[in-house]
Ligand binder design. Structure first.
Ligand code: F6P
Length: 506
C-alpha cells in the first residue's frame, strides 16, 4: 500500500465506524473519564460525552502518523514555510515566545516597541487620552474585541470601541460616546489596504478634524505588517507598530494587533495573556499524540465530520465575558479550514471545516436548543464554563449558570423516552464537550485561544490542507471593486437590477 492508499484506507475505516450509544459508554468502560478528560493550563477538557472510543481513537492515532503530524507540527514551530500557497512561515506562536529563535527575537522587539508607546501614551505624550477607537476588520478586530470584552470590563483604564463594519452606523455609534479631542485612533490592518478599514479610518480622521483636533494624525497609531503603507497614509513612523508577515490575520491578536487590549488591560495583563498561550504552545508542541489536547479535539471534530457527516458544530459560552468567542472562532475555524483542495492542490477527501456557530448560555437555551435536543440534525455541542463567578451578585446567578450548562450536556446525552407522546420524547445520544476553566484570567484566556488555534491546525494536518491561506475571500472583493469602478454593466440581470434600484448610477 502506498502512503496515499494507507491514508485513504484509514479514512474509509473512520467513515465506516459504528456509532456507539453514548449512554452505554461509561458502563462499557469504567475508566472512560480518565481516558477522555484532559487537563492543561488550568482548563479541564471533558470529551467523555462524545462518541470517540478506544477503537476510533486508535484509528485516528494511526492517521496522525500517516499524515506526518509530528513532522508538520515541528515544521511550524521551526518557522518553515508551511503556508505553501503563499510561501510563508506560520509564526503566531513566536509572538508568545515559542518558535524559531530569530522570530521570537523579532516578536520581542516589536512587543518592546508597543510597550514603550503605551508607556508614552500613559505619560501623556499624545495629550490626554480617554478613549481608544480601534478600526480594523476580520482578524484585526475579532481577536482584540474578544480580549477587551472578556478581560477589560472592570479595568476601566480607557473606553475602548472596536469598529469593523463599513456600515457607517457602527462608526457613528462609537463617535457618540467619544470626544475627538481625547480619542486615540488605532488603525489595525495587516495589509493596510483593506477597504472597509481605510474608509472607517478616513472618516474617523474627518470626525476628529471636525471636532477641533488640529493634527488628527498626531493621535493615530497604526498596527500593521505594512509600515510603508501606513506612512504613506500619514502616520508618523514612531507610532507605527509593526509585526511579522508570518503572523496570519486571524492569528494576530498576540502581535501589535492586540494593542487596544494591552492598553485596556495594562502591560502586565497582556504579558500574562501571552504566557498563558505559551503554556498551551509548549503542551501542543511536545505532548505525544495520545496526550495532546488540541489533537484530541481535532479527532472529535473529524469523527463528527466524517463518520457522522455532521455539517455544523455549535459553541456555547456559559459566561457573558466570553460572548464574543463564537464569532471569533467562526473566523478562526472557517477561514482556516473551509477549503476544497489540499495543500498539494488535489481535491480534499470528504467534508472539511464544520460550520461553526453558537451563542451564549443560558440565552441560547431559550432560542436554539430545541433543535439540538429534538431536531433531525446531530450537532456536536461545545460548552465553555468558568468555575469562578465573574460577578459579585448573589451566588445564585453563577450557580444557575453552571447548573444549566451541565444539565444541557446531560440532557443531550441521556434523552428521554416517551412512546405515548412522541412530541415530548428526546432521542438523546447527542454529543457534547465541556471545557471548564478554573478562573477567567489573562493566562487562562490565552491558553484557551491557543488551544483553539492549535486544534484548527491539527484539523488541517489531518485533512492535509493548508489552514493558513484564505483565497476564498478574494473574488467577492474583486467584484465589489469592479462594480464601484465600472457600475453594474456586464453582470447578471439579478445583480444589475439590485445595483440599479439601490445605488443608481455609481
Ligand atoms: O478578507 C479576509 C481578511 O484578509 C482576513 O483574513 C483578515 O483578518 C481581514 O481580511 C483583515 O485584513 P487586514 O488585517 O489586512 O486589514
Amino acid at each position: 500500500m502506498t502512503d496515499r492508499e494507507a491514508i485513504a484506507d484509514l479514512w474509509n475505516q473512520i467513515e465506516r465506524l459504528e456509532t456507539p450509544e453514548l449512554r452505554g459508554v461509561f458502563d462499557a468502560d469504567p475508566s472512560r473519564l480518565d481516558k477522555m478528560v484532559m487537563s492543561e493550563a488550568g482548563i479541564r477538557f471533558d470529551f467523555a460525552k462524545t462518541h470517540l472510543t478506544d477503537t476510533s481513537l486508535a484509528l485516528f492515532l494511526r492517521l496522525t502518523e500517516a499524515v506526518d503530524f509530528e513532522v508538520k507540527r515541528a515544521a511550524m514551530f521551526a518557522g518553515e514555510a508551511i503556508n505553501v500557497t503563499e510561501g510563508r512561515a506560520v509564526e503566531h506562536s513566536a509572538e508568545r515566545g515559542e518558535g524559531k529563535a530569530q522570530s521570537v527575537d523579532i516578536a520581542r522587539a516589536s512587543h518592546a516597541r508597543m510597550r514603550t508607546l503605551i508607556d508614552a501614551i500613559e505619560a501623556g505624550a499624545l495629550g490626554e487620552i480617554r478613549h481608544v477607537l480601534h478600526v480594523g476588520i476580520g482578524g484585526s478586530a475579532l481577536g482584540p474585541d474578544l480580549l477587551v470584552d472578556a478581560l477589560a470590563r472592570e479595568a476601566g483604564r480607557y473606553d475602548v470601541a472596536i469598529v469593523s463594519n463599513v456600515d457607517g452606523v457602527a462608526l457613528e455609534e462609537a463617535f457618540k460616546g467619544f470626544d475627538p479631542r481625547y480619542t486615540l485612533l488605532a488603525v489595525a490592518s495587516k495589509t493596510f489596504t483593506t477597504t472597509e478599514t481605510m474608509l472607517n479610518a478616513n472618516s474617523a480622521i474627518q470626525w476628529m478634524r471636525e471636532g477641533g483636533v488640529e493634527d488628527p494624525f498626531g493621535q493615530v497609531v497604526a498596527l500593521t505588517a505594512a509600515p510603508e503603507k501606513a506612512m504613506e497614509w500619514g502616520v508618523d513612523e514612531t507610532r507605527i507598530l509593526g509585526f511579522a508577515e508570518s503572523v496570519g490575520g486571524r492569528y494576530s491578536l498576540w502581535s501589535t494587533i492586540g494593542f487596544p487590549a494591552a492598553l485596556a488591560l495594562g502591560w502586565d495583563g497582556f504579558e500574562r495573556l501571552l504566557e498563558g498561550a505559551a503554556a498551551m504552545d509548549r503542551h501542543f508542541r511536545h505532548a505525544n499524540p495520545m496526550e495532546n489536547v488540541p489533537l484530541r479535539a481535532a479527532f472529535i471534530d473529524q469523527y463528527y465530520a466524517r463518520a457522522l457527516r455532521c455539517q455544523t458544530r455549535a459553541v456555547f459560552a456559559y459566561d457573558e465575558r466570553l460572548r464574543l468567542l463564537p464569532s471569533y472562532l467562526q473566523q478562526l475555524e472557517m477561514e482556516s479550514n473551509g477549503k476544497s483542495v489540499k495543500a498539494d492542490g488535489t481535491p480534499v477527501y470528504g467534508p472539511t471545516a464544520a460550520i461553526t456557530w453558537g451563542g451564549v448560555g443560558t440565552d441560547a437555551q431559550h432560542a436554539v436548543f430545541q433543535l439540538l435536543h429534538q431536531g433531525t440534525h446531530i450537532v456536536p455541542v461545545e460548552f465553555i464554563a468558568v468555575t469562578e463567578a465573574g460577578d459579585a451578585l448573589d451566588p445564585a446567578h453563577h450557580e444557575a449558570l453552571l447548573v444549566n450548562c451541565f444539565a444541557q450536556g446531560a440532557a443531550l446525552m441521556q434523552g428521554r423516552e416517551n412512546a405515548a407522546d412522541p412530541a415530548r420524547a428526546y432521542a438523546g445520544n447527542r454529543p457534547s464537550t465541556t471545557i471548564l476553566i478554573e478562573d477567567l484570567t489573562p493566562e487562562s484566556l490565552g491558553a484557551l485561544i491557543a488551544f483553539y488555534e492549535h486544534r484548527t491546525f491539527a484539523n488541517g494536518i489531518l485533512m492535509e490542507i493548508n489552514s493558513f491561506d484564505q483565497f476564498g475571500v478574494e473574488l467577492g472583493k474583486e467584484i465589489a471593486k469592479s462594480i464601484e469602478k465600472n457600475g453594474a454593466k456586464g453582470f447578471d440581470p439579478s445583480t444589475m437590477a439590485l445595483i440599479d434600484i439601490a445605488l443608481g448610477d455609481i
